[in-house]
Design a protein around this ligand. Structure first.
Ligand SMILES: [Zn+2]
Length: 431
């Protein structure tokens, strides 16, 4: 980043522009790396590596990817789930940059045949970051490097902030107030399902209930929740049994990814309230999948208390979003309240107007993301359908009949409030 401070250096003018680069402050694992032992590599690639990471941090990217393409290495950034092209490096420079990132992440810079994972503690513009570096070997002896850029403060913050709205929060407390049962967070991959699961865990009153996490929560902050240490090679089943003996009330467990885990959850949910996450299109599909995994629709209907699903949608940039008066027919057609007279869309210059690039969002028009929520509670009506092995579509129809919160309602609310645009809502639903 170029800081034109405008303050002239007393001696000369050469230093009135200063380039601020990210600081690498050691490996996340604590492994100490002596850079002087790799002086040649550091000289060849470290500055460029810092420049690329700095650019990604400035653009608020969540992911920086270095991928070999032909005789080049191409950088790509993901900002709010959308890819943006970055720098193109020569193969030699790309290799040096990749090796430098691996080195400071505490993993073997030379190893290119095995996938590796490491982390860098970093600081930029007074904020602390965790850069998770993942390598993936590709054909031809090259590899792809993914750097996940995690704002440590924001990671804590968003989990706290996603404390749900009052209605959803109250429902979760109700669900957790009776012993037993399963509460699921569900969503497509990359939709922030883990954040939803965390918010559910946080929503439980840990003064009233003994809440344990069997999952390694990494850098996330799960206040008031005790970590339940798994013994070496201890199965989920055995760990839950041990937790029941220790009089735990609520357990946050591994994602439900296999029939085996689903069956264990089903067997243990009578003595413990279980919170978990599951990959599924939406809340109704999660119930259907769970039922299929366990092969026991009747028990599934009794066990599941509720499913909360979230989809992320980009927020319009607060600085440059443009109000417009929508066509009343369109308002009616998409199902917005008739009282809505103003909607917002990303800034687009009028014909002949000079193009202004918004400094806040860099001309993208969107800034950050927000969650749309959907929730299905196990009411008598839903339970009957689930027990009868009915499809996700039928479960969803019933949920709608009972006025449960749907993605569409929640998304429309965000459009009506000017937080996002109709186009963005359509994009998310098409994806
Ligand atoms: Zn903007």
């Amino acid at each position: 980043m170029i800081f034109g401070f405008g303050k002239k250096n007393q001696q000369q003018d050469d230093f009135d522009e200063e380039v601020e680069l990210v600081l690498f402050q050691g490996t996340f694992s604590g492994v100490v790396v002596d850079l002087s032992e790799h002086a040649r590599l550091v000289e060849a690639g470290m500055l460029r590596a810092k420049e690329l990471v700095t650019e990604a941090l400035e653009r608020r990217a969540e992911l920086l990817r270095l991928e070999p393409k032909g005789d080049r290495v191409v950088a790509q950034m993901m900002v709010d789930g959308i890819g943006h092209a970055g720098a193109r490096l020569s193969a030699k420079e790309g290799l040096a940059v990749s090796q430098c990132l691996k080195l400071v992440a505490g993993i073997d810079p030379k190893e290119r045949k095995k996938p590796q994972r490491g982390g860098i503690k970093a600081e930029f513009a007074d904020r602390k970051y965790l850069l998770m570096v993942e390598t993936k070997p590709l054909e031809g002896g090259v590899e792809r490097i993914n750097v996940h850029l995690i704002d440590i403060k924001e990671a804590k913050y968003s989990a706290q902030e996603l404390g749900f709205n009052e209605t959803v929060g109250k429902k979760i407390r109700e669900m957790a107030s009776e012993r037993g049962g399963i509460i699921l967070a569900a969503g497509p991959p990359g939709s922030g399902t883990t954040t939803t699961a965390f918010a559910i865990v946080r929503g439980i009153d840990s003064y009233l209930y003994a809440v344990f996490s069997l999952v390694d929560v990494g850098h996330r902050d799960l206040k008031n929740v005790s970590k339940f240490d798994r013994r070496e090679n201890e199965s989920l089943d055995d760990a839950l049994q041990r937790l029941i003996r220790q009089e735990g009330d609520v357990a946050y467990i591994d994602p439900i990814t296999s029939p085996e885990i689903a069956k264990i959850a089903l067997n243990k949910q009578e003595s413990l309230t279980l919170i978990s996450e599951m990959t599924a299109r939406d809340a109704a599909s999660a119930i259907e999948n769970f039922s299929k995994m366990t092969g026991d629709p009747a028990a599934t209907a009794q066990a599941i208390k509720g499913v909360i699903s979230q989809k992320l949608i980009r927020r319009l940039c607060y600085k440059c979003k443009q109000p417009y008066r929508p066509n009343p027919k369109l308002v009616q057609k998409v199902g917005l309240p008739e009282t809505v007279q103003t909607l917002y869309r990303p800034y687009k210059p009028e014909e002949g107007e000079d193009v202004r690039i918004c400094k806040v969002c860099g001309g993208v028009g969107y800034l950050g993301r927000i969650a749309m929520l959907e929730m299905i509670e196990m009411t008598d009506g839903i339970r009957e359908l689930v027990a009868a092995g009915k499809s996700a579509a039928e479960i969803k129809a019933q949920a709608r009949k009972e006025n449960m919160l749907t993605f569409k309602d929640d998304g429309m609310r965000l459009v009506a409030e000017g937080i996002t645009s109709l186009d963005e809502l359509q994009r998310v639903f098409k994806a």
